[in-house]
Design a protein around this ligand. Structure first.
Ligand code: SER
Length: 339
């Protein structure tokens, strides 16, 4: 008998850490963790198997399904927005071809099993692209369908992969004689705001100034925030992000009216983050030194998101507002971490 498992790609990343810990604590599912680097030692006892490998390695993915019956895939592997700009074509391969490989694996598995494999996909505010600061200020709470003109390779990749997911869910091989009634993948995506974790720092994102200010101050390191103080985007702490992923995975399909959902918690300026960090770490050596290119990217991302569809369809609501995020989670946990 093959083992029924949950597959997590990008398992060693920020979200992977949070998700593996959550699943180990709250469920009895068997996790197969895949990442290009070896899984952190602290996570190894929490998974059934960890595999060092690439989502572009089709042989590896093929071998995975020989041994495992995959019920759910959390496809977290991705090259984030800043890093992707240094080599957009490589980012495209990993972000898009990697997703395509996993979707194909999921659809094949669904057909073997006669039941749809759930494919949980983290998309991003980077899928939006608002052309001017005036438009950004006037846009208010942005809904999923508006301002879908991303300016980064990462954002283009995320937006396109949302469409790929919809295609694999509903239109895959639509001209095939045996298409009618065939089981396909059950695709569900969330557009996340900037994420902040007390445990890990992201690598290569453009919302990283938030977590970086905080972690640098706690470590006693100097840091230059690369966006203007008045820059506002939505942020969310990792426990809420993980809760959302799991909640969306669990909800019955017939409650879902969309493939892709915004979620949000609170919108905050870089100045406000700076003020909280200064107050919490009196020796913080943080300054503003704007990087115009990275600033341009953040300027295209919405100030606020409308997450009413997620609230309506799967009872989404964050546990952490701004005050709780910093006061009860980030500051105490980060202080403890670097003590
Ligand atoms: N946090 C991501 C980034 O900055 C956006 O999804 O790239």
């Amino acid at each position: 008998m093959r083992q029924k498992v949950v597959l997590i790609t990008g398992a060693n990343g920020e979200m992977g850490h949070g998700l593996i810990q959550y699943l180990a604590k709250h469920t009895d599912c068997n996790v197969v963790a895949l990442d290009v680097v070896p899984l952190d030692k602290s996570l190894r006892s929490l998974v059934s198997t960890y595999i060092v490998g690439d989502v572009l390695d089709q042989m590896l993915l093929g071998r995975l399904v020989v041994e495992h019956e995959i019920a759910t895939i959390y496809h977290l592997a991705s090259i984030l927005s800043t890093k992707a700009e240094y080599n957009p074509e490589t980012a495209h391969r990993i972000n898009v071809e990697g997703t395509l490989n996993l979707l194909r694996l999921a659809v094949e598995q669904s057909q073997w099993q006669g039941t749809a494999v759930k494919f949980i996909y983290p998309s991003s505010i980077a899928a939006y692209g608002i052309p001017t600061l005036k438009d950004k200020a006037e846009a208010g709470e942005v809904v999923e369908e508006d301002w879908n003109y991303p300016t980064t390779m990462y954002g283009c990749n995320k937006l396109y992969c949302e469409h790929l997911g919809r295609y694999y869910n509903s239109h895959y091989r639509q001209l095939a004689a045996d298409h009618e009634g065939k089981t396909t993948v059950d695709f569900r995506a969330i557009r996340f705001p900037g994420l902040i974790s007390a445990e890990t720092v992201p690598t290569g994102g453009t919302s990283d100034y938030g977590p970086e200010m905080l972690h640098a101050a706690a470590k006693g390191e100097a840091y230059n925030c690369f966006v203007r103080p008045d820059t506002i985007i939505p942020f969310m702490v990792m426990p809420d992000a993980i809760k959302a992923l799991v909640k969306l995975e669990e909800v019955p399909k017939n409650r879902l009216s969309k493939y892709v959902y915004n979620i949000t918690s609170y919108s905050i300026s870089a100045q406000e983050i700076f003020d909280i960090v200064k107050k919490s770490f009196s020796n913080a050596d943080i300054h503003f030194a704007v990087d115009p290119a990275r600033q341009n990217i953040v300027d295209t991302w919405p100030e606020r998101l409308d997450d009413s569809a997620a609230r309506q369809d799967w009872d989404w609501s964050p546990d952490f507002d701004c005050e709780r995020s910093f006061g009860e989670y980030l500051i105490p946990a980060i202080k403890q971490r670097y003590e």
